[in-house]
Structures are given as structure tokens and as C-alpha cells.
Design a protein around this ligand. Structure first.
Ligand code: SF4
Length: 176
């Protein structure tokens, strides 16, 4: 975003290899189906709590079968009232094969979930921005933890991080 610190551009790191899903969890407090992707390019956030997901080799390869399994699970969670959102986390979602990432997001939308992307970048490729409802941007920085008021109910780790509806993200990008 204009006027904000840029770590580096995700566009440089569009991976040719396929995405892998490291695991899923259900976050009952936020009614969120959490999907963790494997892989995060250096430079890494200082004090990262997910260093085991820096490698791109953890978990199941993304393919039609895996996509259907996750879509069915998301759909079921939504239908019984346990999930209204999908949180896509990592690792770093924007270091993945973006075709696979789009497929994942579309399947979650099809399952009835609102989509939330968690990234340490500040800029989002348009093909991803056009699909998501919310985005959390900015790196984790050890030693800069703060106690900011929650935004959308989420307490972010430090002032470098922001969470936006996609409309607000676009406004900040436009206006700097
Ligand atoms: S983006 Fe996530 S996985 Fe990557 S270094 Fe930062 S906190 Fe760790």
C-alpha cells in the first residue's frame, strides 16, 4: 500500500509448484474454519511462531480430490453452524501457486463461507483481492507486541499489522 512499509512483493514469488495443505482446525470462538498452507519465503518474520511451515513440503498436495474434501468439510461446518468464515493461514498464502490458492478460495465461497486471508505482505495480487472478504496484512515482529483494541474481534500482534474489509483495503491502497 502507498505510504506503508513494503516487505517485498508477493508477485515475485508466484510458485510454479503446487500448493500443499498442512492442516485444518476449527476455531469455535470466531466460527472460523482454519486452513494452513505449507511454505513461507525468506525473509521471515522475527520471532515467527510457525517456523515448521516455512518449508513447502508439509502436508497434502492441492488437487481436485483434496479441494473437494475441504469444500465438503467447510460446507458441513457451515450447515451445522460451526463456521461462517474460512481463515487462510500459513506459512504464507501469497507464496503459494496462486491458481491453487484461487481454487481453494472459490471452493470456500461455494461452501458458503466468508473468506479471510492472513498474510505478512501489504499488497495482494488482484486475482486474490477480487475473491476475498477480509485481509490481515503485515508481519509479526517479536518484541513489538502491542495491546491494541480488537478489530473485527481479532487482537493483532503488533502495530505493523492491520485487518481490513476488502473495501477498506482498496480505499487505503487508493488513498495511501
Ligand atoms: S508469514 Fe507467517 S509463517 Fe511466514 S515468517 Fe511470518 S509469521 Fe512465520
Amino acid at each position: 500500500m502507498k505510504g506503508e512499509k513494503h516487505f517485498f512483493s508477493p508477485f515475485e514469488f508466484h510458485m510454479e509448484a503446487g500448493m500443499r495443505i498442512a492442516g485444518t482446525e476449527i476455531n469455535l470462538a470466531f466460527k472460523a474454519f482454519e486452513v494452513y498452507v505449507s511454505g513461507c519465503k525468506a525473509p521471515h518474520c522475527k520471532g515467527c511462531h510457525n517456523a515448521e511451515l516455512w518449508t513447502f513440503n508439509v502436508g497434502d498436495c492441492w488437487n481436485a480430490e483434496k479441494g473437494k474434501t475441504l469444500e465438503d468439510k467447510a460446507s458441513e461446518l457451515h450447515s451445522v453452524g460451526l463456521a461462517d468464515y474460512v481463515w487462510i493461514l500459513g506459512g504464507e498464502p501469497l507464496d503459494q501457486n496462486l491458481d491453487d490458492l484461487q481454487d481453494l478460495i472459490r471452493r470456500m465461497i461455494h461452501a458458503g463461507l466468508k473468506t479471510v486471508l492472513w498474510t505478512h505482505y501489504y499488497s495482494i495480487p488482484e486475482e486474490i483481492a477480487s475473491l476475498i472478504d477480509y485481509v490481515k496484512v503485515g508481519p509479526y515482529i517479536e518484541g513489538k507486541e502491542s495491546y491494541n483494541e480488537p478489530v473485527f474481534g481479532v487482537k493483532l500482534a503488533n502495530p505493523e499489522q492491520k485487518i481490513y474489509s476488502i473495501e477498506d483495503y482498496r480505499n487505503v491502497e487508493r488513498n495511501g
